[in-house]
Design a protein around this ligand. Structure first.
Ligand SMILES: [Fe+2]
Length: 189
């Protein structure tokens, strides 16, 4: 079970209304390497991963939901004062026609999230390598997003998220080493 804490993991502030940037941020909301995909990938993999790393997947999967909440807050704040005309000019016309200003799990190009973005191979090493790759791809996307905005407040929150991806990648790499060590030890009788 989870206990909800009613605050963001890290503050989200924006300097201006910027629906175009909100559209790009959707890549980390409902995109292949986004936060929803990350949370669902890790929490689902827990059931067949060795006991030693279940806690890690629970911790990181849970934290990804906190990141999803931060991205949602960014998108909301960047679009809440935009007129329909401004949303359309930012490429969000089709989104507005379907969802008004509600968020939806799609990527920056408007493609809906799909379970095909995530994997569960059942082989712990294969799954953890996928997780490491996912973290590195998310880190790269955050870097591109930081480069695409001149809003220092938004950059600050995005930099926090980028750093968390680095930490997650390192922790998954450690988990691979733990499992490899255990696997190799079993061969010695
Ligand atoms: Fe992550």
């Amino acid at each position: 079970m989870w206990i909800y804490e009613k605050k963001l993991q890290y503050p989200v502030r924006v300097c201006k209304c910027d629906p175009k940037m909100a559209k790009f941020l959707l890549e980390q909301y409902g995109g292949a390497d986004g936060e929803l995909a990350a949370a669902l990938r890790y929490l689902n993999q827990r059931y067949t991963i060795p006991n030693k790393v279940i806690g890690l997947l629970t911790d990181i999967g849970t934290e990804e939901f906190a990141h999803l909440e931060m991205i949602a807050t960014m998108v909301y704040k960047l679009t809440k004062d935009a007129s329909p005309e401004e949303l359309e000019a930012a490429g969000l016309g089709a989104h507005f026609a379907n969802h008004d200003s509600a968020l939806f799990y799609s990527n920056a190009a408007g493609v809906p999230w799909t379970a095909t973005y995530i994997q569960a191979k059942g082989d712990p090493i294969a799954d953890l390598y996928e997780d490491i790759a996912a973290e590195e791809k998310a880190r790269a996307t955050y870097q591109w997003l930081i480069d695409m905005t001149d809003d220092p407040d938004l950059q600050d929150s995005l930099k926090f998220l980028r750093e968390r991806e680095v930490v997650h990648s390192q922790r998954f790499r450690e988990a691979v080493e733990i499992l490899k060590e255990e696997r190799d030890r079993k061969k010695i009788f």
